[in-house]
Design a protein around this ligand. Sequence first.
Ligand code: NAD
Ligand code: DAU
Length: 333
Amino acid sequence: MRLLITGGAGFIGSNFIRYIINKYPDYKITNLDALTYAGNLENLKDFEDNPNYKFVKGDICDRDLVNNLVKDVDIIVHFAAESHVDRSILDSQAFVVTNVIGTQVLLDSAKEFGTRFHHVSTDEVFGSLGPDDPGFNEETPYDPRSPYSASKAASDHLVRAYYHTHNLPITISNCSNNYGPCMFPEKVIPLFITNLFENKKVPLYGDGMNIRDWIHVDDHNRGVDLIIHKGKIGETYCLGGNNELTNKDLTFKILQAVGRGEEMIEHVEDRAGHDKRYAIDFSKIKNELGWEPEISFEDGLKEMVKWYKDNYEWVKNCKSGEYKEYYKRQYNI
Ligand code: NAD
Ligand code: DAU
């Protein structure tokens, strides 16, 4: 199989490429990535010389480049995106350009060459749950509330529109909060781990009672692998970790894993429009494809702390400085 993977230098995409190369060594992979602040070729440096792996630096909005790559592949697995909610609150333009227009360019190209398209999306398109609401599932109405989730919702709608209008062979996955190695240290888990390594406090938004459902990136990618091989065309699949935690409890677990105490928590102003709770009912993919998450949060977090300790050069080199400066200005951390 020949795959075009977009955003393969980022967190989830690079873990996906690693997973696919290890599981299917004869597959041919092209990784198209613009290397924004979040893209890092270090994530895949051990595959640089692999004859079945090729990196192309470029923008998914570049029609000619995209057409040139899509004509030679069997499937597009689309991870590339602007992915950080806080950045979308500061400035949403890049989110609309990459997440909406970039997806549309890829879809046009897939339409031209009749290429199978898998779209990697998020549970945030469904909005925010109350404490007793059942988890999101494939029937949950869309209710995006941040500029990031609005741009991902728009891209999901476009993908479905190309299926209904043009018979494009698509699938979509909506997943909850991932964690694991190579995660850019602006997202809460790696931000907190690396702050603690640097003896800095961890900025907990609001009352810390917002809830996220955490899934290990390898569990997510195993689900995407199943969907691209066995998923039903035109269908959406929700993936979750069965692991809801308040941000406060998450922070305690990180403090414990790094060996620090509660005095390292700095309570800071809440995120604007902060979604209260995400949770996923993943029974569809469990019943149809036999998928469920396998990695326990305790094991995954322990492994992640070790990875950040062992790869501290990666942290220093991954352009996180600019974002940490923002925290310094904002919260004096
Ligand atoms: P990331 O920010 O770590 O990586 C995004 C990658 O896309 C980077 O390598 C970046 O260089 C690349 N990119 C950005 N704009 C581009 C453009 N215009 N052209 C080409 N490449 C471009 O993101 P991530 O956390 O790995 O997320 C990957 C995908 O998974 C996204 O679509 C995101 O919405 C989705 N998702 C993320 C999570 C999560 O918890 N991180 C959960 C569910 C779904
Ligand atoms: O649910 C899936 C989504 O999860 C993905 O689509 C997004 O790409 C990904 O970034 C993630 O979004 P979140 O906004 O949930 O992740 P983040 O790590 O930014 O924040 C997780 C929670 O932690 C959220 O409730 C806000 C809180 N938080 C975050 C940061 C960065 C803090 O309390 N302090 C912080 O400094």
